[in-house]
Design a protein around this ligand. Structure first.
Ligand SMILES: CCCC/C=C\CC(=O)SCCNC(=O)CCNC(=O)[C@H](O)C(C)(C)COP(=O)(O)OP(=O)(O)OC[C@H]1O[C@@H](n2cnc3c(N)ncnc32)[C@H](O)[C@@H]1OP(=O)(O)O
Length: 303
């Protein structure tokens, strides 16, 4: 029965991707009425706005932590809770992840969470980052990243954990794991996610150079799946979502798990060691100095 309804839904969505827009504010400038159409009720938290559309089974999850969606401990926690809520509600089959902040999808780790902080806080923070990656990378939902702004480091990891990525064609919106430029290194599970997406040689080079790819290069290296004009990112993400939802959930979910379980298990087997490695690394004086200098440089630039 579920399969039949799943197929029926998919046919409808494939014919009219815009049908998925119903009840969301996507494509509309004015603030949505209280709850959108079809009884959809927006929910979320201070830093994550969720616009569910029960009729389509698709929710839009917007990061809303101005000015740059830096991954604070609160944002990490609220993202995990919002995703878990949608996964537990069988009405929903897909989530589009996007930004509510102009020009930035997500600026990566909130550096103030690890600069000048004690080891206990750094450990708590890193566990939250691990949890978000595990939740998104292994999600039973279809996750489509609608990348409507800059997407460095931790932001890139969130996008890479999705099933596919649509990037706005703006040369300022660069994407990549640029950790080495801050004097830090990506942990193995970020490396693994990169390798699984763009291959070993491309990852080896991009990780060492801390490459931030402009849209055309990101598409060429396979870091994103589509590059479209900025005003088409959300509609393209919806069309892509319809393509993925045309597949019966059970078969797609088992296949996703087959493809990703080994990578996730590597972290699950050594999660405490990974946390200890992170804490001992970032709490080194030399690394603290490097991060402080980077933050200072950021604060001095403008625009
Ligand atoms: C040890 C292993 C860890 C591996 C895992 C992940 C690593 C990381 O994620 S480290 C973080 C990497 N992130 C970056 O390198 C991005 C840094 N930010 C930028 O490049 C720009 O801010 C960005 C392109 C995202 C946006 O540019 P603008 O729109 O011009 O904004 P501003 O640069 O003016 O920034 C506004 C405001 O935000 C502060 N900011 C920016 N990024 C961060 C951040 N990641 N953490 C904390 N704060 C950040 C910036 O300093 C400005 O602050 P104010 O001057 O106080 O307004």
């Amino acid at each position: 029965m579920a399969l039949a309804s799943g197929v029926r839904f998919a046919a409808r969505a494939l014919l009219r991707p815009w049908a998925l827009l119903r009840g969301t504010t996507l494509g509309r400038t004015e603030p949505a009425a209280g709850g959108g159409g079809d009884g959809a009720r927006r929910f979320g938290s201070q830093r994550v706005l969720v616009e569910p559309d029960a009729a389509s089974g698709v929710a839009v999850m917007k990061l809303r932590n101005p000015p740059v969606n830096a991954l604070s401990l609160e944002l990490l926690t609220e993202l995990v809770i919002s995703l878990e809520k949608l996964e537990n509600d069988k009405t929903f089959r897909g989530v589009i992840l996007t930004s509510d902040c102009p020009r930035v999808f997500c600026a990566g780790l909130d550096l103030t969470e690890i600069c000048g902080r004690n080891p206990a806080h750094c450990a708590e923070y890193w566990k939250a980052m691990q949890e978000l990656w595990l939740r998104t990378y292994l999600s039973s939902l279809v996750l489509v990243a609608a990348i409507n702004g800059a997407c460095p480091a931790g932001g890139c990891i969130i996008a890479l954990s999705c099933d596919c990525r649509v990037l706005a064609d703006n040369p300022k919106y660069r994407i990549g794991l640029n950790e080495t430029l801050l004097g830090i290194i990506a942990p193995f599970w970020l490396k693994d996610t990169y390798v699984n997406t763009i291959g070993h040689r491309a990852s080896e080079q991009a990780l060492q150079l801390g490459s931030l790819f402009p849209p055309a290069e990101a598409l060429q290296v396979g870091l994103v799946d589509q590059v479209v004009p900025e005003d088409q990112v959300q509609s393209t993400a919806l069309s892509e979502m319809a393509r993925w939802l045309a597949v019966p959930d059970h078969a797609r979910q088992l296949t996703k798990n087959m493809m990703r379980k080994a990578t996730a298990d590597r972290l699950l087997r050594q999660r405490d060691a990974d946390t200890q490695n992170f804490v001992s690394f970032v709490c080194r004086d030399s690394i603290q100095k490097s991060l402080q200098a980077y933050l200072e440089k950021l604060r001095q630039r403008k625009g």
